[in-house]
Ligand binder design. Structure first.
Ligand SMILES: Nc1ncnc2c1ncn2[C@@H]1O[C@H](COP(=O)(O)OS(=O)(=O)O)[C@@H](OP(=O)(O)O)[C@H]1O
Ligand SMILES: Nc1ncnc2c1ncn2[C@@H]1O[C@H](COP(=O)(O)OP(=O)(O)O)[C@@H](O)[C@H]1O
Length: 648
């Protein structure tokens, strides 16, 4: 390293350190925690109490509260405090109920998401609520309830490991040690199944102030910490600045002929001269400058800072790209296995299409497979094809877009996302596994064409041509169209090429002579080949009465071609006569009609024969879909985990 660069590096370190130190002086340095629990178990009262007992109430608030409580019958209602804050907020005064601040002798705190706040789950899941610890409040008289369980599960899913349980309303059970012990055992057992060991369980009465800021005389059998002790003992998370760099691009501005890339550094650090790679595009450039307005020029920055930088190369960077150092990039994948929490009233089904929003990027995805749905009550994993509201499940999502993702346990911010349907948040997801792809294959240069393997990887299946042959009325179109619907619902790329339709456009110049039919089949085979190469599952529904023409079609398409004989005898077809054509042909109104005055050669060795005279439409469809599954599955693409290997 030269003298100049080492000096620059030293300055950068120093500057970064001072920036970070500056950061610790703002409100971000408050220790953020959440209070969760079943409705009416006492969360609001606890907040009122905490503010009061730590001396954090604004002047005059207590008097106001007393007056309000007197009006309603005398008992001091600590939860009115939150109502009062809410009222002030509604009038445009500064206190925000979703961010309540208070201070103990040891440090400053921010309570994230006031209890009862309907958005808690959404916020918690979307990562807005960056709590580092949580209190789970449980009513001593009522014990563990559905919401207590669900909230505990969410805390676990969100990766929150510092959890303490406050068993509230201890006065309602007459400060009874045995009843307290029973509730404590129940919640310990449940949390134990999740692999969570509560840091403490505290018997409290939020209303009366027992064991909040000082030890209560009414629970002489309890010798553990108070709520404030527990708070002060939560350990702040290690600074994300020590992790690898993740800079999700928020925007790119044109300014004075320069392109300025803006974003918030979610983890790690960077400095001028660093070489960055932007995922998923794979473009690379060095940082030319860190922009600053009305401030001394910066040459380094770290996690938590919002920055604007320029690059030494005019790359096309866009919102949603993630900048990282080359040695430690996010995973690139079309497929991700996630643990999700479903919020929408409408269930999530296999094949459903959603958007996965991770940091600043949004990817279209569909549910490729639901591995297991978790019962919130007993944590049992069951196999299901639907995920109902408030359920937790493990699923594989697939995107036609290449996604840049991290695993949640490695990078919290870029390893978790929100699921959107029609613009609404309908669930949250943490990434357990991002299916890796061969990166070199996916970093395209504009001159390199996209191969069928890339397309298959994006779609989650290979392209193929399923050539349905059979008499008019045998059931070709019926089967092709139902298969198309079924596969489309599963998120497959699929299309039907039907003789009737093609003959109205591409092949409108052709009749039904043997030569015209041969040309009809040749053209259709060429089109089917092109579509299959772009990754589609193509159903061709043509009578294609001659073996030689069908063999030619197979040669044109090449690999991934299947000949399917849709079998029904002529008498059955005549009796079905869905379009009334047999009647006309028998009356001589239509000439050269297959099966009447032109032959039909049944396939000699079809890949599949579907006898529609013996099967119901559904059975016939299943036979066809089974063949599609075999023909179009990617090698190893499933990467499925059986439900019984599910652990949470
Ligand atoms: N002479 C004659 N013979 C057979 N079929 C006739 C004829 N005239 C019109 N139609 C209608 O055209 C559809 C068949 O066209 P195809 O393109 O599938 O035929 S071929 O593959 O070229 O043999 C066929 O559709 P399907 O009933 O779905 O098979 C008929 O609707
Ligand atoms: N198992 C079956 N599979 C497909 N179609 C069936 C079956 N059983 C009865 N049908 C009926 O046969 C007719 C087939 O018509 P269509 O699909 O237009 O045939 P094609 O496209 O081969 O001319 C439809 O009316 C359909 O409801």
């Amino acid at each position: 390293m030269t003298q100049t660069t080492s000096t620059a590096a030293a300055i950068a370190e120093e500057e970064l350190a001072s920036n970070l130190a500056a950061n610790t002086n703002d409100d971000k340095a408050r220790f953020p925690f959440a209070i969760v629990g079943h409705v009416d178990h006492g969360k609001s009262t606890l907040i009122g109490r905490l503010l009061h007992d730590t001396g954090s109430l604004p002047e005059g608030k207590l008097a106001e509260l007393k007056a309000a409580s007197d009006k309603r019958g005398g008992v001091l209602e600590w939860s009115f405090l939150l109502d009062a804050f809410q009222a002030e907020r509604d009038q445009g005064i500064t206190i925000d109920t979703t961010q309540i601040f208070f201070t103990t002798a040891k440090r400053r705190y921010v309570i994230i998401d006031a209890p009862g706040h309907k958005e808690f789950l959404k916020n918690a899941i979307s990562g807005v609520a960056q709590a580092q610890a949580a209190f789970l409040v449980i009513d001593a008289a009522e014990g563990v309830r559905e919401q207590s369980r669900r909230h505990a599960l969410i805390l676990h899913i969100l990766g929150l490991r510092q959890v303490a349980v406050l068993i509230n309303k201890i006065d309602l059970i007459d400060h009874d040690a045995d009843r307290y012990a029973a509730v404590a055992a129940e919640i310990r057992h449940y949390l134990g199944q999740l692999g969570v060991t509560p840091l403490a369980l505290v018997p409290i009465s939020a209303r009366n102030g027992d064991n909040i800021a000082s030890r209560s005389e009414k629970t002489p059998w309890y010798d553990g910490p108070t709520v404030v002790d527990v708070l002060d003992n939560f350990v702040p998370a290690p600074a994300p600045v020590d992790q690898h760099l993740r800079l999700p691009v928020q925007d790119v501005f044109k300014f004075d002929h320069r392109r300025i890339v803006a974003g918030r550094i979610e983890s790690g650090r960077l400095r001028v001269g660093d070489r960055l790679i932007f995922s998923p595009s794979g473009k690379q450039a060095r940082i030319a400058s860190l922009e600053s307005w009305n401030a001394a020029p910066q040459i380094a920055a770290g996690a938590g800072q919002s920055i604007a930088l320029t690059l030494d190369d005019e790359l096309f960077i866009q919102r949603g790209d993630i900048a990282a150092h080359i040695e430690h990039q996010p995973h690139l994948a079309h497929q991700a296995t996630v643990r999700l929490f479903w919020l929408d009233t409408a269930p999530l089904l296999a094949g459903d299409r959603l958007k996965l929003k991770v940091a600043t990027s949004e990817y279209p995805v569909f549910v490729e497979r639901i591995h297991a749905v978790i019962d919130v009550g007993n944590l049992a994993a069951t196999q299901s094809d639907r995920i109902d509201q408030n359920a937790v499940a493990e699923v594989t999502l697939r995107s036609p877009a290449l996604m840049a993702l991290d695993k949640f346990d490695e990078f919290a911010k870029t390893g978790r996302g929100v699921l959107l349907r029609d613009g609404d948040i309908v669930g949250g997801a943490i990434v357990l596994h991002a299916g890796a792809v061969d990166q070199s294959r996916n970093l395209y240069s504009p001159t390199q064409s996209i191969g069928s393997a890339d397309r298959a990887s994006a779609n989650g299946h290979r392209g193929a041509v399923l050539w349905l042959t059979g008499l008019s009325g045998s059931g070709k179109s019926t089967l092709a169209v139902s298969a198309e619907h079924r596969l489309f619902q599963r998120g497959r790329q699929v299309v039907v090429l039907d003789g009737d339709t093609l003959r109205q456009g591409l092949n409108s110049d052709l009749g039904f002579s043997p030569e015209a039919r041969a040309e009809n089949i040749r053209r259709t085979a060429e089109v089917a080949k092109l579509l299959a190469e772009t990754g589609l599952i193509v159903f061709v529904s043509l009578i294609s009465p001659w073996q030689a023409d069908r063999e030619k079609a197979r040669r044109i398409v090449g690999e991934n071609f299947a000949e399917i004989y849709v079998q029904a005898d002529i008498e059955t077809c005549k009796s079905r006569d869905p379009k009334g054509l047999y009647k006309k042909a028998l009356q001589g109104e239509i000439k050269n009609f297959t099966g009447i005055d032109q032959p039909y050669e049944a396939p000699e060795e079809p890949d599949l024969t579907i006898d529609t005279t013996a099967l119901t439409e559904e059975q016939a469809l299943q036979q066809l879909l089974d063949l599609v599954d075999r023909l179009c599955a990617l090698n190893g693409y499933e990467s499925r985990r059986p439900a019984d290997s599910y652990t949470i």
